[in-house]
Design a protein around this ligand. Structure first.
Ligand code: FAD
Length: 625
């Protein structure tokens, strides 16, 4: 008798951030789903920092939430501190971030998945895929068990042929204390896939009881914390745990340098590229030799545990060197280690081998999501998992694919960058990667995405109703500002206080609010505004959104117009089997790259590196445009 039902709709391999979202999405949409992972005890493990969100990543978490994924809810429920980053900049840059309780984060995910209908679990290593006629039909496990599935989502993270480095020691592993996964890379290479190697690293974890926090600078959370999820299921924190900050020094750098000859980074043992924007401490002191100190963020790993994450001290130097150097940091003089820092090298698959749905071009029904695609970060992984899970479900139920465009979501930018440009170093999201960041704000992800996700059956009716209420209320408030006049004597005192020129005659409130010096708190001082807010019981998110809609109306309209212009190119489809070799007026490089990437629209073709505006003109002429 078989351990498993006949054939699953979707089999998800790996229960990291990508795998959890993929499994939840597919199961919630109605697919019979199996989540196979090497260790059920490490579901949704935060391999590196105990935090979710941050610049551009916070927007992604809100997008996942708006689509009906779980990362936002889990993050809210297990947060120990909340900060809205970049609040001093324009709202396009505001980015929510939480410090998380690592153990509760993983537990909350597991319990949520256990409460998800249509979802089965199995603990074992998947060692191969079952493929018939270029179509995936299941997986095989290391015990030789075959499980049939109509689609498979691979989310192996850093586990494929993972190799851990600490100083001169190196050993196989997918993460500290966990073994590497073998078999899959080799089989995919046989199928004709390309693979590469990447590297990432993590800092030591230390015992908080051995630290002297009085020598550090306290880093509290926001006075009025917000939250990730648009749903009513979670609430902002009422209590927070602070982080701390300390600095390295020339003495610390000298101690670290003593270990450079034993560093796998410098003696050539690590060959692959690591995340440029998350360098190791040895990399930082080597590359920025003129800097005599670097910031260290001392982050608690949870509400109750004394374990501390030393953010900024990622390293693969020998453990004795790490220890000696850290003991010279202010507040760390008596530090005790829980675990040393380490680096890991792993296989990834260049994501240009994928379609916008994250399905592979070579094997039908096979999807890749997360670190396996060359990205880094929980948020990047989770969002890909969600999209792969949704698309796997849609495909096996013969429904249209679900993809997001660059002007709709950071997730759209992420996937388009990956599949169009590829990546040779771990890819993380930045606001600068998005050309329409005034449209892609953290406050409006629900407006952008919930209706689309609801339409294909993931975001719930309740989410849609909540979103529509918020949108209506903020639009009505903007209309109120547009139509309500205010007299100079009502407003001039505040204008003077804020250094804004006085009004000479009555004007619409919208005009007053549009002035850069005037903020929501000022507007609330006007009786008519206060009465309107009171009468309609408007909550903070509605007020903030109305403020953004007023203050950035010009920018938003301009970006929308630009996005609409580009949409015309997005609408010009390129046939699947288009033969670029016939178009001799294309540059050689464009012919080669376009034949490899096989963009689906002229707009995507224009983003392929090496394709020039004149190549696009040639294609447009050929297509009769
Ligand atoms: P993972 O979270 O790695 O999860 C993979 C899952 O798949 C695991 O549950 C594993 O057990 C399972 N699995 C793998 N192979 C198989 C198989 N064959 N069969 C069954 N199950 C399998 N991110 C940053 O943003 N910044 C950093 O500085 C950073 N540093 C990192 C340092 C280290 C040492 C590590 C390990 C990761 C680091 N990360 C960092 C990356 C971050 O952890 C990942 O981006 C994120 O966890 C990727 O999510 P994922 O779901 O793709 O994979």
């Amino acid at each position: 008798m078989s351990l498993f039902q006949d054939t699953y709709d979707v089999i998800v391999v790996g229960a990291g951030h990508a795998g959890c979202e993929a499994a939840a999405a597919a199961a919630n949409m109605g697919s019979s789903t199996l989540l196979v992972t090497m260790n059920l005890q490490t579901i949704a493990q935060m391999s590196c920092n105990p935090a979710m969100g941050g610049i551009a990543k916070g927007q992604i978490v809100r997008e996942i939430d708006a689509l009906g994924g779980y990362s936002g809810i889990v993050s809210d429920k297990t947060a120990i501190q909340f900060k809205m980053l970049n609040k001093s900049k324009g709202p396009a840059m505001w980015s929510p971030r939480v410090q998380s309780d690592r153990m509760r984060f993983a537990e909350e995910w597991r319990l949520r998945l256990e409460g998800t209908p249509n979802l089965d679990f199995y603990q074992e290593m998947v060692s191969g895929l079952l493929v018939e006629n270029n179509k995936v039909v299941g997986v095989t496990t290391s015990l030789g068990i075959k499980v049939r599935g109509r689609s498979v989502v691979l989310t192996n993270g850093t586990f494929l042929n993972g190799l851990i480095h600490i100083g001169e020691k190196q050993f196989g592993g997918g993460r500290a204390g966990e073994r590497a996964a073998t078999g899959i890379t080799e089989q995919l290479l046989d199928f004709g896939f390309d693979s590469g190697r990447m590297k990432t690293g993590t800092p030591p974890r230390v015992d908080g009881r051995s630290l002297d926090f009085s020598k550090m600078i306290i880093q509290p959370g926001d006075d009025v914390p917000e939250k990730f999820s648009y749903s009513k299921e979670t609430s902002p924190l009422t209590n927070q745990r602070p982080c701390h900050m300390s600095y390295t020094s020339p003495e610390v750098h000298d101690l670290l340098r003593e270990g450079f000859d034993r560093s796998p980074m410098f003696n050539g043992r690590i060959k692959s590229l690591g995340p440029r924007y998350c360098p190791s401490i040895e990399d930082k002191i080597n590359r920025f030799a003129d800097k005599d100190r670097h910031q260290l963020f001392v982050e608690p790993e949870g509400w109750d545990t004394c374990e501390i994450y030393v953010n900024g001290f990622s390293t693969s130097l020998p453990e004795d060197v790490q220890f000696k150097a850290l003991r010279s940091v202010a507040g760390f003089e008596n530090v005790k280690f829980f675990r040393p820092g380490y680096a890991i090298e792993y296989d990834y698959f260049p994501p240009t081998q994928l379609k916008h749905t994250l399905e592979t071009k070579l094997v039908s029904g096979l999807y890749f999501a997360g670190q396996i695609n060359g990205t880094t970060g929980y948020e990047e992984a989770a969002s890909q998992g969600l999209m792969a899970g949704m698309n796997a479900h849609l495909k096996v139920h013969d429904q249209e694919p679900f993809t997001l465009q660059r002007d709709e979501a950071y997730i759209g930018v992420l996937i388009d960058d990956l599949i169009t440009k590829g990546t040779e170093e771990p890819y993380r999201m930045f606001t600068s990667r998005a050309e329409y960041r005034t449209l892609l704000r953290q406050d409006n992800a629900d407006e952008r995405l919930t209706p689309r996700s609801h339409k294909v059956g993931l975001a719930s009716e309740e989410r849609l109703v909540t979103m529509e209420k918020k949108r209506k209320q903020s639009d009505n408030l903007v209309k109120f500002f547009e139509h309500t006049s205010i007299l100079p004597e009502e407003v001039n005192d505040i204008l003077k206080e804020r250094g804004s020129s006085p009004m000479r005659q009555s004007d619409k409130m919208f005009k007053v609010f549009s002035r850069p010096q005037i903020h929501l708190e000022d507007m609330k001082q006007f009786k008519k505004v206060a009465a309107y807010i009171d009468e309609h019981s408007l909550e903070r998110d509605v007020l903030e959104q109305a403020e953004i809609k007023v203050k950035y109306a010009g920018y938003i309209a301009k970006e929308k117009a630009n996005a609409d212009k580009l949409q015309r190119l997005e609408n010009i489809k390129i046939p699947d089997n288009f033969d670029y070799s016939k178009l001799k007026s294309l540059s050689f490089e464009a012919r080669e790259k376009l034949s490899k990437i096989r963009p689906t629209t002229i707009s995507q073709a224009s983003r392929v590196s090496g394709v020039s505006p004149s190549d696009i003109s040639v294609m447009l002429v050929y297509m009769g445009r």
